[in-house]
Design a protein around this ligand. Structure first.
Ligand code: FAD
Length: 705
């Protein structure tokens, strides 16, 4: 029981460190389950089970290695059903399992990998949950198409009309009132300019009309952010920091009173909001916030102390969503520091902002430190429940995550359009640039990346509009895909412009500087890739265990491992008939994906958490596959509805899928090349340690002076 208590403690630590786009420990919850299972071991006859398991070596064609190896191969000491585990494995492994990881290791894993609420619910429940999420199911090698086919974007006439009422004037204002170049040069967007955008309704896009907002849905919002992104990413960040994260918590998790009190001023831009999570020692690892809020003696206020860094809108925001540790009473009467979210007004006093940071890009957006010195925050300004601040943060970040992809889509359109104008007029070697094969290839690569990103944005936003709740992995993929494509497309646009691309007046170098941050904030892409891979792997692991829990399941699983059985993917039946070749490529990679994940789970068990080399590749393959699905779904929709661009879309879609599936295959093959990986990872580890231990490169210069 001591072990169990310790593990559940760790599990809570994991839960505390939930941050959107971040991750989960595959260790803590599983160990607690195992400990419970071990307690029940005497209920089942060990001998009887052992006898049954002996037959499985037939399926594994390895009769020499019996029971224990079969169990190993089936991942029994990773994740497995209660009875089977307690009957066969727990007695053999209990000691080993509970001592495998030191408490420090488990804690460090927990700090890196933060549990999503879904994953946690899943871990606590006895039966693995079914989910309609395409990406979650992908990890089981299953293609569940209800969220992706048919392409769900549907804006009724009224929504199109209201969108049109804003988008036209918005574009005019972006051309005539806002000046992206000047904002970049002065590191400021004048308040009068922001006020004009606020008048247009762009500060309260999702807020209901009765609270003075525009009452738009996510797809309408995506279009607005796309338009802004095509002119000025810095302005997009300002509007996004205000509504996609700044006050989003109030909209999603606020009480009725909080909504009534704050949203009208925020939706109209009379006041601005900011999201304050990051601290000097708290970046990707959001669990480590040190800002504290303690209840006052009379219990009416939290007294908030601490400092945040790099807060967008931090210099002028009136309302902050602040994440701070608060002492929370436990069931046993003790208190434990947990993260809580608070709505904090500058007007409460005790808040100071630092100067505008000097940045590489998005210079017009305001980024500052924000300090809280004994700020008295009324207890009614607690957002969500006490101690559940991570949940609030995650909800906000997940929900707002399509904003970056939408802005990226706009930025890419700008870059592609400029490139078209340049290559169709610039003459070299007696030909227009557009006539060179390599130039054509680059243009089509840029176009297909844009098409894929846009397809994912509106797939995501329209799924959110139809009330789908499980989109956290899809949203993370959208953010990774879009931010990387935007940088690549802008870089290629500069390349095709030659020296002209390097010149400020051309307007591309600012975009390159602006989009660079999008791979870092709202979840660094490297961390998000691991989040996707590990959350999906955890889900698959639970199902793998359940599958292996009965005799039939074990046989089926063993056969599947040996034969590489059908995974149930058949996109040929849902995509347009002219895209069958692409559907086939996709089916193959989905099958390979499931087998790769299953193989990795069986081999590395809970150690999969530390297999970043493999997991990053699995995450990348998930990006390749999900974006291909979005592209095929959208193109099929265009063909079915006889869109004017249907033929173009069919061709660009099949080109994109071919490239993406080649990339997915490379990623998956690399992830599953056990022997090569072991050697490679060991070499990388040793070289990296050598460099870091030396405090610099240990290389002798060839001149050797
Ligand atoms: C312009 C700007 C605006 C911002 N606006 C806001 C805001 O409004 N509100 C707010 O709260 N914050 C804001 N931030 C902070 C931003 O969210 C963080 O910078 C971001 O979360 C990354 O944290 P970090 O910079 O501390 O990087 P770290 O966490 O130190 O990570 C650095 C790098 O290390 C690698 N890495 C980290 N952990 C792992 C791991 N476990 N495995 C593998 N690799 C890893 C990744 O490559 C990562 O990019 C802003 C930042 C900037 C620059």
């Amino acid at each position: 029981m001591e072990h169990l208590e310790e593990k559940e403690d760790d599990h809570e630590d994991v839960m505390e460190s939930v941050e959107s786009g971040s991750n989960s420990s595959l260790g803590g919850p599983m160990e607690a389950t195992w400990a419970r299972m071990a307690e029940e071991e005497e209920e089942v006859s060990i001998r009887r089970r052992r006898k049954l398991l002996k037959g499985f070596d037939v399926f594994l064609r390895n009769s020499a290695k019996v029971e224990e190896e079969v169990l190993e191969k089936l991942g029994f000491n990773t994740t497995c059903s209660r009875q089977t585990r307690s009957a066969v494995v727990a007695p053999l492994r209990k000691k080993e399992m509970l001592s495998t990881l030191s408490k420090t290791t488990r804690l460090s894993q927990a700090r890196f990998l933060r549990l999503s609420p879904t994953a946690n619910k899943d871990a606590k429940s006895k039966k693995p949950e079914e989910t309609p999420s395409f990406v979650m199911n992908l990890f089981r090698g299953k293609a569940v198409s209800e969220q992706v086919f048919p392409y769900p974007l549907k804006l009724d006439d009224e929504r199109k009309e209201t969108l049109g009422m804003i988008s036209g004037p918005l574009e005019k204002m972006l051309q005539e009132v806002n000046n992206a170049t000047r904002n970049d040069e002065t590191s400021e967007i004048p308040r009068e300019v922001l006020d004009k955008f606020a008048e247009l309704g762009t500060c309260g896009i999702l807020v209901p009309a009765e609270l003075e907002g525009s009452g738009f849905n996510n797809s309408q919002m995506a279009r607005i952010l796309e338009i802004v992104g095509s002119y000025d990413i810095g302005l997009g960040v300002t509007l996004g920091a205000h509504q996609s994260i700044g006050y989003k918590g109030i909209l999603l998790d606020g009480t009725e009173a909080q909504k009534q009190k704050y949203l009208p001023d925020l939706a109209t831009g009379r006041k601005f909001a900011a999201f304050a999570l990051t601290e000097p020692t708290t970046g990707s690892d959001a669990s480590s916030v040190t800002t504290r809020a303690e209840l006052s003696a009379d219990g009416k206020h939290y007294i908030l102390n601490g400092g945040k860094i790099w807060i967008s809108n931090g210099g002028f925001a009136d309302v902050f969503t602040v994440f701070a540790k608060t002492p929370v009473k436990q069931a046993d009467g003790s208190t434990k520091d947990k993260m809580s979210a608070l709505i904090v007004e500058r007007a409460f006093g005790g808040i100071t902002s630092g100067p505008q940071e000097k940045k590489m890009g998005i210079k017009g957006s305001n980024t500052t430190e924000v300090h809280f010195d004994n700020v008295k925050v009324p207890v009614e300004n607690l957002l969500g429940k006490e101690g559940e601040g991570f949940k609030v943060a995650m909800n906000i970040l997940n929900n707002g995550r399509f904003g970056i992809p939408a802005g990226c889509t706009g930025a890419m359109k700008y870059c592609v359009q400029k490139t078209i104008e340049h290559i169709t007029t610039r003459v070299q070697f007696g030909k227009k640039l557009e006539e060179f094969g390599n130039v054509q290839e680059k243009l089509i690569d840029m176009t297909s990346r844009l098409y894929a990103t846009e397809s994912v944005v509106y797939l995501l936003s329209s799924n959110m509009d139809r009330g789908i709740q499980e989109y956290q992995l899809e949203a993370a993929i959208g953010k990774i895909l879009a931010s990387e494509n935007a940088f690549h497309v802008c870089d290629e646009a500069i390349q095709l412009h030659g020296g002209m691309g390097f010149m400020r007046p051309t307007g591309l170098e600012r975009v390159l500087r602006d989009v660079r941050i999008l791979r870092i904030f709202e979840g660094a892409n490297d961390v998000l890739r691991l989040f996707v891979a590990l959350t999906g792997a955890q889900h698959a692991g639970k199902h793998l265990a359940a599958q292996a829990s009965g005799v039939g399941g074990l046989i089926g699983l063993a056969v599947q491992r040996v034969t590489g059985a059908n995974t149930g993917s058949d996109f040929g039946s849902v995509v347009d008939s002219s895209l069958q070749d692409s559907a086939k490529l996709l089916d193959e990679q989905i099958g390979l994906f499931g087998q790769t994940v299953q193989g990795l789970l069986i081999k590395h068990k809970k150690g999969i958490v530390d297999r970043q080399y493999e997991m990053v590749r699995v995450g990348s393959a998930a990006v390749n596959i999900y974006s291909s699905i979005a592209v095929l779904s959208r193109a099929s929709h265009a063909i079915k509805n006889k869109a004017s661009s249907a033929d173009f879309e069919r061709k660009i879609a099949s080109l994109y899928v071919e490239g993406a599936m080649r990339s997915a295959n490379k990623n998956l093959v690399e992830a599953s090349s056990e022997a090569e990986n072991a050697k490679l990872v060991a070499t990388i580890d040793s070289l990296s340690r050598q460099i870091c231990g030396n405090g610099g490169l240990p290389l002798q210069h060839p001149i050797d002076l």
